[in-house]
Write a protein that binds this ligand. Sequence first.
Ligand code: NPW
Ligand code: K
Length: 329
Amino acid sequence: MCRHICAATMWVPAATSRSLPCLQPASLGVQLRAYRRLSGLWPHVAAQPVAADSSQRRCLVYLAASSALTLGRHAERVRCTLLRRRRRLGGEFSTARAATLGVATLGREAAAALDEDLMSTPGFSIDQLMELAGLSVASAVLEAFPPKGSRRALLVCGPGNNGGDGLVAARHLWHFGYTPVVVYPVRPARQLFTNLVVQCEQLGIPVLTGMPTSEEVTEGFDVAVDAIFGFSFKGTPRAPFDSILKTLRASSVKLVSVDIPSGWDVELGDVSGEGLRPDALVSLTAPKPCAADFSGRHFLGGRFVPPGIAEKYGLRLPPYPGAAQVVEL
Ligand SMILES: NC(=O)C1=CN([C@@H]2O[C@H](COP(=O)(O)OP(=O)(O)OC[C@H]3O[C@@H](n4cnc5c(N)ncnc54)[C@H](OP(=O)(O)O)[C@@H]3O)[C@@H](O)[C@H]2O)[C@@H](O)CC1
Ligand SMILES: [K+]
């Protein structure tokens, strides 16, 4: 019995798709044959213009296989092919609006290297960067979902620095007048994170280990922040985050993702099909390639990049208005 094993999506600007004949609906046969050659399987392919942005075209690829063993192998092979193709196309995989602003994207390795550069050359500490990142997130929440009556905010924080951004955002949201609740199931022992938890608790912000149910999230909160995984996420989500992602997906709360919608591959997007579908995204420093698949409100935050580093990584960052911590792309 065949079942779908891999859903890969690609969004390409119309101009790019003209130079990529295999993504033209008219030549989907070529695409099908290419994947058959690559994986030994017949994929089901559908390509359609994107509703949110007619200048882009999306190509959805589903592969079918009969065993879990072949699943991983074939999905990985196709993932690598898509990745190579995306890398060849480079910065063209920014959203249409980001492309208008001339903002380039930062892949996983480049994002990590840029972080290293920030912390070595100009000598930023991680605490400083995280503080500004979390402040950007809180500012984007305020801008995207200004409080109407109640101001209940849920912040779901993961085990890495993305989770730290969420803890900082919780504190700033409290100062902005929200009533935050933090879910922090896996807590690193590092002083940085224990300090951030104490700072939240000093404000009376509950920091919970367990995740509420999807009904409780829908009923109990006006907005939720996904600070679960950032650019170091790999593979498929492990427990307890697998079920947390399902809970967030099942709820209808307004969702803001920090840097990357959790569960998405930083470069390829929601390849597993199990990632979150946020209403707003706050890219930090620069959008990551997966942001090309995102069609909600997109903010850029992390207003701390010195011109030398921006130049080194080919970032053409848009001007931030006034004292704003975020700029909408
Ligand atoms: N300059 C900037 O832009 C700044 C960026 N900042 C922020 O940092 C973020 C990057 O932070 P990061 O490197 O700590 O990685 P992040 O993704 O949070 O988590 C890694 C953790 O997840 C885990 N994990 C991985 N895969 C998993 C899986 N499948 N299932 C389960 N767990 C999995 C992994 O565990 P491991 O696999 O190592 O055991 C590890 O514990 C970035 O996106 C931005 O938000 C700011 O704070 C500072 C300035
Ligand atoms: K996230």
